[in-house]
Structures are given as structure tokens and as C-alpha cells.
Ligand binder design. Structure first.
Ligand code: C2E
Ligand code: MG
Ligand code: MG
Ligand code: MG
Length: 279
């Protein structure tokens, strides 16, 4: 249902995008309105550590509850937000909200693991992003080691020099860095060593084929092996079945995220999840 709505919304907006500037403004206005009217909210998906069986992190995923169009997927509206530049305000809001929620749980006495926020390449602006992250951490009181920032491979590689500098500054602040959707971009594996990364997230498209596809199994195994040699932790995304979990575990994958463990949860549900698993 939500997916259908998202598609309609995308067509609606995509049409706007392709026509006049005036209409482009209206898309921007709709997103700005969404932000102001609190139609945007976050869901939180647990990440589990296999070795310990513990909750080791969570990823924040944005949602748009539109009054007429219903739930619109980030897959539909994030690209439009990127094109119109609204991603800067939305990205800032996500960062603030994520840190605020995590700190709120801490203040309730919960044992909060790292919280991962997705960043768009447009947010990777020299002189802006690092300051923004520092300010949000200072204002919310969340310790930097509890914040993880996810960026996609293709986005980083497009502006590698600029990105590395910003990543180094974030790293120096104590924030963790993850490369998202790994395996889907065009970067050579050797370029990874230039990035100050902590975590590599294997894209769901490779996990989907496990264990039936021997190609996907080989790809997943070699990504895990390579990541480990580079000293990175590995999170597999989109783990849905026991067999996928076992294949990844046997390949040496540290951490997993997916419907097999939990779907993205609301703030309240995530708080309860943390409470339950750390009890
Ligand atoms: P992503 O960062 O790769 O996030 C993982 C996506 O996989 C999420 O989709 C999540 O709900 C979905 N997923 C998790 N486990 C499973 C599973 O077991 N099976 C299946 N089929 N799917 C699973 P979602 O929430 O629709 O987000 C899609 C994408 O939108 C994200 O991909 C990310 O690229 C982007 N996105 C989401 N929130 C934000 C945000 O706050 N800022 C930015 N810039 N992008 C965001
Ligand atoms: Mg992500
Ligand atoms: Mg991903
Ligand atoms: Mg993905």
C-alpha cells in the first residue's frame, strides 16, 4: 500500500520536476511544509552483533506521512530533496532529531548503542557539515562515539578528495563513519584504503541471493574478507532469513540488520526494544 502511494507521489513530483521552475518551487514548498508541519519522522532499525547476540547499533530511516498521499518512501522523496536542495534542511533535521532521540533514551537510563544517520553527498560541504555535526552533538549532549554517519560509495568517490578531508575531520571529532550500500558503486576496492572508515555495509542486493546464488555468496564472502583485512567492521543489510544469516556468519560477518531481526521501529518501539534486550 505505502509503496503504491509512494509511486504516485513520485510520478506527481517527477512531473513537476520536469516542467516549470514555478512547479519546482512547489515541490520544494511541499517538502518544506512537510518539515514544518512535522509530517517527517524517523524510524529506527536495530543492528545485531552475532558474536555477542547483543544490539550493537541502529539506523535512522526517514519517513514522510503525507495527509493526502499517505506514507511516501524515502526512495521516492530523497532524490527529489537532493535535486531541489531541500536535502540540506531535511538532513540537518534528521541529524538533530536522531541525536535528540538517542540522548532522550540515555536520559531515561537506557543503554543506547550507536545511532547511524544517512547523509547525502550534498551535505558533504566543506565548512558546513563538520560544524553542523559538532553543533548538534554539543546542543543535544550526545557523545560523538554514539553517532555514526553513513555515506554511499558512489557519492564519496565522486568527490573523493573533498570527502576525505571532511571525513577526517568527523573522525577526529570521534564520530564513526560507515560506507553504505557497498558493492553497488563503481569504485575500485583499492580506493577504500584512502577513506577513514570504520564500517562497511554490504548492500542488500547481494544478501538477497544468499545462499542460493553462488555468485552472491562469493561476492559477500570476498567483501567480508577484504573489509576485515582493511580493519573494518562489516554490517550486512537486508538479512531476512536464517539461511542468509548463517551464510553471512560463516563468511565472518560481524553485524546484521534486516527483517530477520527487526523491521524499522518507531521511537517508542525502539526504546522498548533497547530496554528488553539490555535487561
Ligand atoms: P539504506 O540506507 O540502504 O537503508 C536500508 C533500507 O533497507 C531501508 O529502506 C530499510 O527499511 C530497508 N531494509 C532493512 N532491512 C530490510 C530487509 O530485511 N528487507 C528489505 N527488503 N528491506 C530492508 P528505507 O527505509 O525505505 O530507506 C531507503 C533508503 O532511503 C535508504 O537506504 C537511504 O539511502 C535513504 N534514506 C533513508 N533515510 C534517509 C535520511 O534520513 N537521509 C538520507 N539522505 N537518506 C535516507
Ligand atoms: Mg543507510
Ligand atoms: Mg544501505
Ligand atoms: Mg540500500
Amino acid at each position: 500500500r505505502a509503496k503504491d502511494m509512494g509511486k504516485n507521489a513520485y510520478q506527481f513530483f517527477a512531473q513537476d520536476m520536469n516542467s516549470t521552475n514555478t512547479q519546482q518551487f512547489s515541490v520544494q514548498a511541499a517538502l518544506r511544509f512537510a518539515l514544518e508541519r512535522e509530517q517527517l519522522y524517523l524510524m529506527f532499525q536495530p543492528q545485531m552483533n552475532l558474536a555477542t547476540g547483543q544490539l550493537c547499533g541502529m539506523e535512522c530511516l526517514i519517513r514522510w506521512q503525507h495527509p493526502e498521499m499517505g506514507a511516501i518512501s524515502p526512495v521516492e522523496f530523497i532524490p527529489i530533496a537532493e535535486e531541489t536542495g531541500m536535502i540540506l534542511q531535511i538532513g540537518h533535521w534528521v541529524l538533530q532529531r536522531a541525536c535528540q532521540v538517542a540522548q532522550g533514551w540515555r536520559e531515561q537510563g537506557l543503554q543506547v548503542p550507536k545511532i547511524a544517520v544517512n547523509l547525502s553527498v550534498r551535505q558533504f560541504k566543506p565548512g558546513i557539515l563538520v560544524e553542523q555535526v559538532a553543533t548538534v552533538l554539543a546542543e543535544t549532549g550526545l557523545p560523538p562515539y554514539l553517532l555514526e554517519l553513513e555515506v554511499t560509495e558512489s557519492l564519496i568517490m565522486r568527490r573523493i578528495n573533498e570527502a576525505v578531508e571532511i571525513m577526517n575531520d568527523l573522525k577526529a571529532m570521534g564520530v564513526s563513519l560507515a560506507i553504505d550500500d557497498f558493492g553497488t558503486g563503481y569504485s575500485s576496492l583499492s580506493q577504500l584504503k584512502y577513506l577513514p572508515l570504520d564500517i562497511l555495509k554490504i548492500d542488500r542486493s547481494f544478501v538477497e541471493g544468499l545462499p542460493a546464488s553462488s555468485d552472491d555468496t562469493a561476492i559477500a564472502q570476498s567483501i567480508v574478507a577484504m573489509a576485515k583485512k582493511l580493519g573494518l567492521s562489516v554490517v550486512a543489510e537486508g538479512v531476512e532469513t536464517l539461511e542468509q544469516m548463517q551464510t553471512l556468519r560463516d563468511a565472518g560477518c560481524d553485524m546484521m540488520q534486516g527483517y530477520y531481526y527487526a523491521k524499522p521501529l518507531s521511537e517508542i518501539e525502539m526504546g522498548q526494544f533497547i530496554e528488553r534486550v539490555s535487561a
